[in-house]
Design a binder for this molecule. Structure first.
Ligand code: SF4
Length: 422
């Protein structure tokens, strides 16, 4: 069970984790996903405002959203980090100081920057904000962190995804500031922040939030004039990172924060992946960082239920070569149909729940409820009623509201997914 102190708040149950533990840092593309990440166990969430942030196609937060995210996070003892990780041109500085001051006032904990100029301005004009060096700065050694600490008084470095576990240990041991390491999510096939593929091919600047993910496109590959193979077409895109098996090593190394990548990802992904890593981390702390093979297998299975791309352990075991890094077109790229709906209402007297559907499911199918801070619970949808109250055999319309039996209490925004036999 999770080791938390609990207190009822206007937002629900506040769960405050011991601050000495490693932070679980989750992504959120909008306010809704931010709340989901916090409810499902993130200690901190990183979000992007409407300017100065990469991922310009993520929904991104208005200033009002940021203030609301901070207020919500506070009730759970969680923190909000805001990305300001563009590589700025002169015109990008307009309004920046005012924005930094707004973030400080709103209760943001940290800004994630990739530009020394933005870091310096943050320290000067919004000194209560922590400054975290983005992975875009490709920090792969403790010397670089020491230099940035001395020159700009930074608080944390987000390590480059290209670090091996040995690199991470050495950096964490000798680093004068906190370290943050990626644990799960997309990888850049080129060093993050050092890629201009998208700029060249689509005129969309990857370092100002416009990456078109050109590395993931399918290419005809030629050796001179002869095409090598067009079945399947070649892609440079990387497999996704899943470093669950390195979680204990990263905790032991003294890393401060484990980061999940994916501000463009869905609510289902955020809930599932955050919940799965929350349980894994809490289980590791409860067992002196040692889990049996069976216990770890179950955690990994939970994590992988949110994934629909091939994964690898990144550079942690060793520097990855093309074989381990490159995503193959033929591998599992199916859309995940596990996400069946979101609970929108619960009637404790009638023992029913109202569910907003996402994917189809059948009467008598076994369903699983994913609830914040709880073990997953399975039940059978012995009947399904549509909005007119009629009994139906199959719920097949996305966004339709249906009523199901609720053999136990559920809460609004709990997630319904297909149940698997473990
Ligand atoms: S094109 Fe691919 S490798 Fe380059 S920045 Fe975009 S995601 Fe990264």
């Amino acid at each position: 069970m999770r080791n938390t102190e609990e207190k009822d708040t206007g937002w629900g149950i506040m769960k405050r984790r011991p601050s000495s533990r490693i932070e679980l840092l989750a992504p959120a593309g909008d306010l809704h996903r931010c709340r989901t990440a916090i409810r499902f166990g993130a200690d901190a969430v990183y979000i992007g405002g409407q300017s100065y942030s990469l991922r310009s196609r993520a929904s991104n937060f208005t200033n009002e959203d940021i203030a609301e995210a901070c207020a919500f996070a506070k009730t759970y003892g969680a923190r909000i980090h805001v990305t300001l990780n563009i590589i700025p041109h002169d015109e990008d500085f307009e309004g920046l100081i005012g924005y930094l001051q707004f973030l400080q006032e709103a209760g943001v904990t940290a800004v994630i920057c990739a530009s020394a100029a933005i870091m310096r301005l943050a320290k000067e004009y919004a000194p209560k904000l922590e400054v975290h060096c983005s992975t875009q700065m490709s920090i792969t050694n403790a010397e670089a962190a020491a230099f940035l600490k001395e020159a700009l008084d930074i608080d944390r470095v987000v390590l480059a995804r290209e670090c091996t576990m040995d690199d991470v240990r050495k950096i964490a041991e000798n680093c004068p500031v906190q370290t943050e390491a990626f644990i799960h999510g997309g990888m850049c096939v080129n060093y993050s922040g050092r890629c201009t593929l998208s700029n060249r091919m689509t005129l969309r600047d990857a370092n100002r939030g416009g990456c078109a993910q050109s590395c993931r496109w399918a290419y005809h590959l030629y050796d001179g004039n002869s095409e090598i193979s067009s079945d399947p077409l070649f892609t440079m895109g990387s497999k996704d990172l899943c470093a669950a098996e390195y979680t204990a090593d990263l905790i032991r190394a003294g890393v401060s924060s484990l980061k999940i990548e994916g501000r463009m990802k869905s609510e289902f992904y955020v809930a599932s992946i955050v919940s799965a890593y929350r349980h894994l981390i809490d289980d590791l702390y409860a067992n002196d960082c040692k889990l049996s093979e069976e216990a770890f297998r179950r955690h990994r299975q939970e994590i992988m239920r949110a994934e629909n791309r091939e994964t690898f352990a990144g550079f942690y075991p060793h520097r990855a070569g093309a074989e381990s890094l490159i995503f193959h077109q033929t591998s599992n790229i199916d859309v995940n149909h596990d996400f069946l709906g979101v609970v929108r209402g619960y009637d404790p007297e009638a023992h029913t729940m109202t569910v907003e559907c996402r994917n189809a499911f059948d009467r008598n199918e076994k369903l699983e409820v994913l609830a914040a801070g709880e073990e997953n619970r399975v039940f059978t949808a012995e009947w399904i009623r549509n909005e007119e109250g009629e009994l139906i055999e199959r719920s097949s319309h996305p966004m339709a509201m249906v009523v199901l039996p609720a053999p136990f209490a559920v809460s609004e925004e709990d997630i319904i997914r297909r149940a698997y036999d473990h």
